[in-house]
Design a protein around this ligand. Structure first.
Ligand code: KG4
Ligand code: ZN
Length: 338
């Protein structure tokens, strides 16, 4: 079964063709970074207008790359939310009209769910329960996925998301937008033990996260650096280590208690492209004897393939969206499986 997956939740216009929820035939992501970088962040109005211009060419390119035509497509999956409302509306409206025009089913997908399903874009898929850490520009969530479409959110961020703090600290360091990947790179040449970051555990109950303390400390330390050029690699390395330690520390706690039955560990979302997080997650998985699923970098950041993967399982369960489908900027993750 061939599904077209569309994501326009933020500033990437993306469309993919995926077979049976696992084989990626094409995955086109048209980034708007150049447009937004001079503002240091995404400008929602500009993003939605650009999605409108890019939607048709990106879909055409996805079909062309997959070497299929619209007639071969069996269904369309689209991100319904959360995200920027104007951006989401472009994808949802386009997907609705295309599905209606072609007379094929439409399925809506939650963006966090899509990030988890990036770990299913492979021949050998994770077993359930899957404990998945979703870390992106908008989310830092620890989710126990018990079966297809059955989610229990065990922890989430109380303030900033992991990607957000990477971007904010990187911006103050004078790195280009979006800062996460640039900070990651510069951190490789620094000493991670040069700056001390206390663990925010005490203020943070349950399996929740809190990154604003780490962010503020990083910004204050940056301000007091006598020589910024020499200090930035060390600060970036120490900051990255503090974020990764908190992210994986919670994972270990869950594995000890509520997620003790987990058969697989997943890490996904844009921040899963982080080299230290990938390395440490791998070590954790070996130490705990639990298989790790972490997508290749291009499937960590926003893409249409993960939407098609999630949509495939929704479609199989008969969860078809009607013509009244709407986009929601703050959509909650709800279970739909049985
Ligand atoms: O999943 P994503 O593409 O979009 C959202 O759903 O938010 O995630 C984007 C986020 C950005 O904050 C970006 O800086 C971060 O992922 N990111 C990284 C890395 N690559 C992307 N953060 C740290 N290290 C990276 N290598
Ligand atoms: Zn995302």
């Amino acid at each position: 079964m061939l599904l077209l997956g569309i994501d326009t939740s933020c500033d990437d216009t993306s469309c993919a063709v995926v077979e049976d929820g696992r084989r990626v035939l094409s995955n086109i992501v048209s980034s708007q970074v150049d447009l937004h970088s001079k503002y240091g962040g995404v400008v929602p109005e500009i993003a939605s207008r650009r999605h409108l211009e890019l939607m048709v060419p990106v879909v055409e390119e996805a079909l062309r790359t997959a070497d299929v035509s619209l007639k071969d497509i069996d269904g369309i999956a689209v991100t319904q939310g959360p995200g920027l409302l104007g951006s989401l509306l472009v994808g949802v409206s386009f997907a609705k009209s295309l599905a209606y025009g072609r007379g094929i089913p439409l399925v809506s997908v939650h963006h966090l769910e899509a990030h988890i399903y990036a770990n299913f874009l492979r021949e050998e898929v994770p077993s359930f329960p899957l404990l998945n850490l979703v870390v992106s520009g908008g989310h830092s969530d620890l989710i126990l996925m018990k079966a297809h479409g059955i989610y229990e959110v065990l922890g989430e961020t109380r303030d900033d998301a992991a990607g957000e703090v990477f971007d904010k600290v990187a911006r103050e360091m004078g790195l280009p937008y979006p800062g996460g990947p640039f900070l990651d790179k510069i951190a490789d040449s620094g000493d991670p033990d040069r700056f001390f970051f206390p663990s925010p555990k005490i203020e943070c109950e349950g399996y929740n996260y809190s990154f604003s303390g780490i962010k503020t400390r990083a910004l204050l330390q940056l301000e007091s650096c006598p020589d910024r050029t020499r200090c930035i690699p060390h600060l970036a390395a120490s900051f990255r280590k503090a974020v990764v330690e908190q992210l994986l520390g919670r994972v270990e706690e869950v594995l000890d208690i509520d997620g003790a039955s987990a058969k697989a560990l997943g890490v996904s979302g844009g921040v899963a492209a982080n080299s230290l997080l990938r390395k440490e997650a791998e070590l954790l998985s070996r130490r705990r004897g639990i298989p790790l699923f972490i997508p290749p970098r291009d499937l960590c950041t926003d893409n249409g393939a993960m939407v098609a993967a999630a949509g495939f399982y929704r479609l199989k369960a008969g969860k078809i969206a009607g013509p009244d489908l709407n986009a929601f900027s703050d959509l909650e993750l709800e279970s739909w499986g049985r």
